[in-house]
Design a binder for this molecule. Structure first.
Ligand code: ATP
Length: 251
């Protein structure tokens, strides 16, 4: 599904990604780990075309992803969540999720919110789909509540719902369980596993929480200083001396 070759991104004198390469097969859940500043978010920003690459190539479903304009990424079936939640605080949880469906390229949420007669039917459909996702993630109780003021763990789930509303084939999750309690992390892992199967979605997840990564991912890639230093099963990567040294500071 995704083939990344020799991907390089520089910011002035900093090489955020220095020739990174890997592949992701359809249906996989791949964990992307590495210490702070390793280049994980930069990689997501490249895959979603927020950042231009200085070198290398990315093929997504056979297409040259680096030639795709940023606004066309969602329509290609790529959705992401953000480390620092990207929700609209004053909008209701349901409307935040419907924004995700709009990004899918279907009848516009903005047009729908204007209540134009031609889009009322579409609005109803998007709303029903949003409500289905909210129910699935146990968010129905807060559907009409503004995002602002809700507990952090709830907002993380709203972000997941919003990304899923775009019906992605490739879902990029940036630190989805950061800041959650142990119980919330287990719950999130369970939802993710079932969603993955039911939505037939391929997932790349950046996460520092090793228990979550090791328990949920099929394969793990470790970056350090913009380079891939390890790749393999969670068990292999966890035992890799280079990873232990880079990530934990001791070999
Ligand atoms: P963290 O786990 O802390 O989120 P990360 O692995 O996601 O770290 P990146 O955020 O990708 O790391 O950063 C990689 C390097 O690129 C860092 O040195 C960072 O300061 C730099 N960097 C990232 N984005 C920019 C930018 N827009 N301008 C300048 N430097 C940047």
């Amino acid at each position: 599904m995704l083939e990344v070759h020799d991907l390089t991104v520089r910011f002035g004198g900093i090489t955020a990604l220095g020739g990174v390469g890997f592949e992701v097969r359809g249906g996989e859940m791949v964990g992307l780990i590495g210490p702070n500043g390793a280049g994980k978010t930069t990689l997501f920003n490249c895959l979603t075309r927020r950042y231009d690459a200085d070198g290398g190539s990315v093929r997504y479903e056979g297409r040259d992803l680096l030639a795709v304009p940023p606004h066309a990424i969602a329509a290609l079936g790529i959705a992401r969540t953000f480390q620092n939640l990207g929700l609209f605080p004053r909008m209701s949880v349901r409307d935040n999720v419907m924004v995700g469906a709009h990004h899918h390229g279907r009848a516009g949420f903005v047009a729908a919110s204007l209540r134009l007669p031609s889009v009322r039917g579409e609005e109803r459909r998007l709303r029903a789909e949003a409500d289905e996702l909210l129910e699935r993630l146990e968010l129905s109780d807060v559907a009409g509540h503004p995002a602002a003021g809700l507990p952090f763990g709830t907002l993380k789930r709203v972000e997941l719902a919003r990304a899923l509303a775009a019906r992605p084939r490739l879902l990029l999750l940036d630190e989805p369980v950061n800041g959650l309690s142990h119980g919330e992390i287990d719950e999130f892992a369970g939802w993710l596993q079932s969603i993955r199967e039911d939505f037939d979605v391929t997932v790349i997840v950046v996460e520092h929480h090793m228990g979550f990564v090791m328990g949920t991912c099929d394969r793990v890639i470790c970056l350090d200083f913009g380079k891939k230093i390890a790749e393999g099963s969670p068990e292999e990567v966890q035992r890799d001396p280079a990873v232990i040294e880079a990530y934990l500071g001791t070999a």
